[in-house]
Design a protein around this ligand. Structure first.
Ligand SMILES: Cc1ncc(COP(=O)(O)O)c(C=O)c1O
Length: 415
């Protein structure tokens, strides 16, 4: 009998990652000669930004210093090299996390790997993790892989996308094991205030949940916002804090991230042991890159300051131009480099279709709101405001013209 095609596991069929999935269509159009304006992916060095020189130099020095025999070609400790873990520990302490110990810091191949290992170490089939809606799709992509169920909780768009305790109470059940908070949030750019975060702590305490605090954008803040780490204010409630170099230090392709365990009472000792076991199974995260951590966290932050000046201008253009479009309204992003405008659409048309037609007609690539989650009855899209101001202006001009024409075609008048 001839060899038969072999099917992928059913679990892969539910894994969606809109941020990259939408690129396939854009590339197809590009190959036919259409100019594409990429506002879809949060990849800073793809634009006019680069890894700070002193961080690159630290890696070059490590590779070229024959005297010291750096031996970066070996596997390293599964938890990460000591120098990097010490630098993360010092950073966490500077941020106000209480009593962090070295054995509570683990280095991973990006925050993504740390998040995935944490989900794997925690979830049994049929259990769930509460995830923000809208939120970053890694969580909703990975939870079903481990047989977990999705329980998205809606953020409150009418209150600057803050957290609504009643909504959390509606969504939790006896199978809930954790709650994810992404702060600053992707895709809304919301920065959570202390009130929202304390609600999460009280809620986690009441329902015996681990808090997953994704703080990958913690240094990308506007308007004098101060970032509060959940582990800073959670007391005895366990928090896994995820972070890394991808965004703050313009190094997404280097794949450097970490998790910090906050568990003063040892409530999640078993889960942490499970994570360490999974880390040993994958040997280690890339060795050389880990030398960037100390250089980044303890070196000059002038490049970050300069980057934030650029981002603020781009955020302001985004906020202003999108809000000028009839039918579109956008809450002001306070952090990260995303905006999540709401778009009114005629009945029967969703944001996926709107974004697809926008791409086909104008070449502007944004990600449809369904890829991050929408509260019932609402439609959105996410823009990444990393491109230079002239590109953003061109893109938002096209979005305005397209939206007006779209409404006309469907005889729709926005409220
Ligand atoms: C909220 C959030 N968490 C995690 C990640 C992935 O981080 P890393 O590059 O460290 O894997 C991203 C990337 O866009 C993100 O937006």
């Amino acid at each position: 009998m001839a060899f038969q095609p072999i099917q992928a596991a059913v679990r892969t069929k539910n894994v969606k990652y809109a941020v990259r999935d939408v690129v396939i269509k854009a590339q197809e159009l590009e190959s036919k000669g259409k100019k594409i304006l990429y506002l879809n992916i949060g990849d800073p060095p793809a634009f006019d930004l680069d890894t700070p020189e002193h961080i690159k130099q630290a890696l070059i020095d490590k590779l070229s210093n024959r005297e010291a025999r750096p031996r970066v070609a070996t596997y390293c400790d599964s938890m990460g090299i000591k120098q990097a873990r010490e630098a993360v520990l010092a950073y966490a302490t500077r941020k106000g996390l209480p009593d962090v110990k070295l054995e509570e810091v683990m280095i991973a191949a990006g925050a993504s790997e740390a998040i995935t290992l944490a989900i794997a170490a925690l979830l049994n089939p049929g259990e769930n993790i509460l995830t923000p809606c809208p939120g970053y799709p890694l969580y909703t992509g990975q939870i079903p892989v481990y047989g977990g169920e999705l329980r998205p909780y809606c953020l409150d768009e009418d209150n600057d996308w803050q957290i609504d305790l009643d909504e959390l109470e509606r969504k939790v059940n006896s199978k809930s094991r954790a709650i994810v908070v992404i702060n600053p949030n992707n895709p809304t750019g919301a920065v959570f205030n202390q009130e929202s975060l304390l609600k999460v702590v009280r809620f986690a305490e009441k329902h015996n949940l681990i808090i997953f605090s994704d703080e990958i954008y913690d240094q990308i803040l506007f308007d004098g916002e101060k970032h509060i780490s959940l582990a800073e204010i959670s007391g005895d409630i366990p928090v896994l804090t995820f972070n890394g170099l991808s965004k703050n230090y313009v190094m997404p392709g280097w794949r450097v991230g970490w998790v910090i365990v906050h568990d003063p009472r040892g409530y999640i000792k078993d889960v942490v042991e499970g994570m360490k076991q999974l880390m040993r199974c994958r040997l280690c995260s890339p060795h050389l890159q880990q030398y960037a951590i100390k250089a980044a966290l303890e070196g000059s932050h002038e490049p970050l300051r300069q980057m934030l000046i650029k981002f603020k201008e781009r955020r302001d253009i985004t906020y202003q131009m999108l809000n000028e479009v009839p039918g579109i309204s956008c809450v002001k992003p306070r952090g990260a480099f995303y905006a999540y405008p709401r778009v009114q659409l005629p009945d029967g048309i969703d944001d996926n279709r709107f974004c697809l037609e926008l791409l086909e007609e104008t070449g502007v690539l944004v990600v449809f709101g369904g890829g991050f989650g929408n509260a019932p009855g609402t439609q959105h899209f996410r823009v990444v405001f990393l491109p230079e101001p002239s590109v953003l202006r061109e893109a938002y001009g096209k979005i305005a013209d397209f939206t007006a024409a779209f409404y006309k075609k469907h005889s729709f008048t926005p409220a």
